[in-house]
Design a protein around this ligand. Sequence first.
Ligand code: MRU
Length: 343
Amino acid sequence: MDMLQTLSYAPGRLTLLDQTQLPEIETNVTLTTHEAVFDAIRTMIVRGAPAIGVAAAYGMALAAYQAPETQFLPYMERAGAYLVSARPTAVNLPWAVTRMLKTASAAASLPRPARIAALEAQAAAIHREDETSNRAIGEHLLSLLWDGCGVLTHCNAGVLATTAYGTATAPFYLAAERGWKLRIYADETRPRLQGASLTAYELHRAGLDVTLICDNMAAVLMRDKKIDAVITGCDRVAANGDTANKIGTFNVSILCRHFGVPLYIAAPTSTIDLACPDGAHIPIEERSADEVRRVRHTPITAPDVKVFNPSFDVTPADHIAAIVTEKGILRPPFGPALAKIKE
Ligand code: MRU
């Protein structure tokens, strides 16, 4: 299968596929400073919870090159705080930076080349773990599906949101490897259209059977029994099982309850935040009004009309049939299951 490469790293250089240019152009940007990585996360050149965690980890490795000899740890702490401030909702970002800061602290007294090598090794470990967890999540999700079934996904929790098979999309790729024929539906996902420009694009490019729908079409498909399961990714799982994901996931979860369709949330354990008691405590990013006033670069309304543009919403735990991690499938009640899996 011809899969896209979200990011790659060589000493001192992080290369990102520029997702703001997709689907028209597949082009890379190469970054050498943590400030440039901040900008890439903020402007969504790289996006999706696991991918921004891995990018931030490499951003911290770049910061180790930039850090002055006498001010190594304070510099790394400032760089970490800066990277974390790029986007608020996905917990993978602070999770990865915290891990990198622990390594920075342990390596602080080493000579400069060894310090840099330690940070690069830790970032590479975070990267590798993401790849491994994609496959494991895919295997677990596949056990909930069958040859010929119909699955809806929302936003992009695919190759482009991670570093390998994606989370929500991993079972689609694994099913194809096994010769299964899934019918995949992708919500276009307004306002930024990640479902159309990224999910449908990457699945179609890989030769999978994907049908793109507008966000207001899922109910009709569910009524007509075309959808056997919904699988989405997530940006943060609270301790009680409430999950934040791209705006519109909550709507889909209400449809799932109405039509009795199971909603599976694909979540690497790096996305579980036990310090966050419930969905009300998850910070929700609000983005530019122009994302709603325009479709991509084309204005679709009055240039100064009022806009509400939360980038994420929270799906309550009782709308979720299972949270699927690399370590296994969690069923309700999620609180105890999440605490156990993070032990
Ligand atoms: O705003 P984005 O494009 O970063 O939002 C991405 C999502 O909401 C994904 O579904 C989520 O990060 C899970 S990615 C495996």
